[in-house]
Ligand binder design. Structure first.
Ligand code: F6R
Length: 366
């Protein structure tokens, strides 16, 4: 049932184009260039009146939430906070009936996320779930929500669920912004159209698998990795680092690139690989100078660049090219090589990729 792949994780990485197509099916109408989520039709008023959105989640789902925050704030102009469910539930947080709480969970069984929902519900918030496992505890505890429909995820390290969550968050932000009138028509159409093309773009990115496998071999010696990104790519850096930690047991940290000079730069030497998401976007020049700073300290740079970039290609040790995509959709694309990198490093190190030590697929205890 691994479909010819050596591990579930690799199968699930490669399944992503198909999974995201399933996730968008019936929700994005290509001819009309329109996004419809049934939850947004059924609960339109509750969602339109939200003064604030609070996202609660753990682990990879929390990373998806950080991307959701940027999408929601930029399209819907609603303040949005992202909380670790485990911190939120014990903090006596300020929650009112003006809030919509979005709970994100692949398994739908994470104890802390479930407890966060219960707390927010008692305080009168409207609860929206983004889950994968149909009929699990979290969707049953929410007022409404959207399933990501990516199919069962077997590998302990979350891959297709992450891109499914980000896809649903993108559709949610677009549909809500459209209902609120906070997004310009051309922008809306442009993003909807491109979102619909993401499965094809991911297919293209998956072609870099062998290249990533080859470069993974040269980095298995490392004891530490740093992952850097800015804006929409910052949560991708966190997610890349988490994937590497959980399956290869190499210590890795994700950082917003500009924070490097406030501490982590002290770690950089010739034994320190730094993965930098450095595609052509608003922050390109600034990220480029981060790369120069790393190289000046003999760090080893693995850069994710836009196709045809020949500036960074000349300074980075390794480059992985990504097709151009709208900046707000970049997480869906840039995540793929980082999933592959973690996978191949772990395989090279002979680790049990699908069932890493000490980890469980659903965390039903706190
Ligand atoms: C990482 C991973 C975990 C989960 C976290 C939340 O690859 O799988 O960090 O993302 O335990 O799980 P769910 O989404 O099921 O609530």
């Amino acid at each position: 049932e691994k479909g010819g792949y050596d591990h579930f994780m690799l199968k699930e990485i490669f399944e992503q184009p198909e999974c995201l197509t399933n996730c968008m099916r019936g929700r994005i109408n290509v001819e009309a260039n329109h996004v419809t989520l049934s939850a947004l039709i059924d609960y339109r008023l509750q969602l339109l009146k939200a003064k604030r959105i609070v996202i609660v989640a753990c682990g990879t789902s929390w990373h998806a939430g950080l991307i959701g925050k940027q999408l929601i704030e930029s399209f819907c102009r609603i303040p949005c906070e992202v909380e670790y469910a485990s911190e939120f539930r014990y903090r006596n947080p300020v929650v009112t009936s003006d809030d919509v709480v979005i709970a994100i969970s692949q398994s739908g069984e994470t104890a802390d996320t479930l407890a966060a929902i219960q707390l927010a519900k008692e305080k009168g918030a409207f609860i929206y779930g983004i889950c994968n496992a149909i009929g699990s505890s979290i969707p049953r505890a929410t007022d409404t929500g959207t399933y990501i429909h990516v199919g069962p995820e077997i590998g302990v390290a979350s891959t297709k669920a992450f891109t499914g969550q980000v896809t649903v968050l993108t559709m949610f932000a677009l549909a809500l912004a459209d209902a609120k009138g906070t997004i310009n028509r051309d922008e809306y159409l442009k993003v909807v159209k491109e979102l619909n093309r993401v499965p094809e773009i991911i297919k293209e990115v998956l072609k870099s698998n062998e290249k990533v496998r080859d470069l993974a071999r040269t980095f298995t010696y490392a004891h530490n990795f740093l992952y850097l990104g800015r804006g929409y790519s910052y949560p991708v850096a966190l997610e890349g680092a988490l994937k590497l930690k959980e399956i290869s047991y190499i210590h890795a940290e994700g950082y917003p690139a500009a924070e490097m000079k406030h501490g982590p730069i002290a770690l950089i030497d010739s034994d320190m690989p730094v993965v930098v998401i450095a595609t052509h976007n608003a922050m390109y020049e600034k990220v480029l100078s981060n790369i120069q700073e790393i190289k000046a300290r003999q760090g080893r740079v693995i850069a994710l660049v836009s196709k045809g970039d020949n500036t960074i290609s000349r300074i980075a040790d390794e480059v992985i090219e990504l097709p151009d995509v709208l900046e707000c959709l970049e997480p869906l694309v840039a995540t793929i090589p980082l999933q592959l990198l973690a996978y191949h490093v772990a395989v090279c190190k002979g680790k049990n990729v699908d069932q890493p030590r000490n980890l469980a697929k659903s965390v039903t205890v706190e």
